[in-house]
Design a protein around this ligand. Structure first.
Ligand code: IPE
Ligand code: IPE
Ligand code: MG
Length: 250
């Protein structure tokens, strides 16, 4: 699509392209229900869309893709549905262990992993270790699993408070940069663009600190139907925005 600079353009990799895109992968259940299928079929289709969109983002030169896969609130769903989502994640991580080195894809997790099944945690540690071996400039996908923006803030604040109590840090040292380093997203720039498919117009506890100046793109397309053309539309919409950061346009 015109207007989007691709990695190998003479304009260069970074021109006009968000460095970090975040997606709330929503609408899997409705996609399945509309087809008379169980909700789990929607999650399976959604997992395929994630593979495809991650590859696309990597190919066009986006550096970070953060996806909301399972929220701290999603435990309210049936054990069957939660189990199916965790099963799909396991399948993805098993594949990733074999392919991420070849594909030069780094994988990281955002969220509280403590209630996650030990075998999934072990796989996440394996993908973490492989990611450590890859070059820092390689494409990175961040998977938000048992993630909530409020929970992330609380975990970071508790850790900072504990370091203060131990005399390692002083409250007055805390500024935005230091605070960011206590979050799951430590070291990663804030997303310039946050996409939510499925027609819902809310954040649902996603990246509450990091979204301060993100541009939002909403579409009625359900996540399993989201494709490269839709991503191009989202990026084109982002490129047409006037980002002022509180200033005045010259
Ligand atoms: C997003 O799709 C996936 C998760 C929240 C795990 P949903 O399962 O929320 O799909 P809808 O919103 O019910 O259609
Ligand atoms: C947000 O979607 C969480 C994920 C996509 C993982 P939900 O479907 O859980 O959000 P609500 O319930 O519609 O706000
Ligand atoms: Mg939903």
């Amino acid at each position: 699509m015109a207007g989007i600079f691709r990695k190998n353009d003479t304009a260069g990799r970074a021109a006009g392209l968000p460095r970090h895109i975040a997606i709330i992968m929503d609408g899997n259940g409705r996609w399945a229900t509309r087809r008379g299928l169980p909700r789990t079929a929607g999650h399976k289709a959604g997992a395929e869309t994630f593979r495809r969109i991650a590859t696309y983002c990597k190919n066009i030169g986006v550096q970070y893709l953060t996806v909301y896969a399972f929220s701290t609130e999603n435990w309210k769903r049936s054990a069957d549905e939660v189990g199916a989502i965790m099963g799909l994640l396991k399948k993805y991580l098993l594949e990733a262990v074999d392919t991420m080195e070849k594909d030069q894809i780094r994988l990281r997790f955002f969220g509280d992993m403590t209630p996650i099944a030990p075998e999934l945690q072990a796989l996440a540690q394996q993908t973490d270790a492989i990611s450590d071996q890859l070059a820092p400039g390689d494409f990175q996908a961040n998977i938000c699993l048992n993630y909530g923006g409020r929970d992330e803030l609380l975990r970071g604040i508790r850790r900072f408070a504990a370091e203060c109590a131990a005399g390692e840090k002083k409250p007055e040292e805390l500024d935005e940069g230091l605070f960011s380093s206590y979050l799951d997203s430590a070291g990663i720039p804030d997303p310039e663009l946050i996409i939510r498919p499925s027609g819902e117009l809310r954040l649902s506890n996603f990246l509450l600190w990091q979204c301060a100046y993100s541009e939002f793109y909403f579409t009625d397309v359900l996540w399993p139907d989201f494709d490269e053309a839709e991503m191009d539309r989202a990026i084109a919409a982002y490129q047409a925005r006037d980002r002022r950061f509180g200033g005045v346009k010259k």
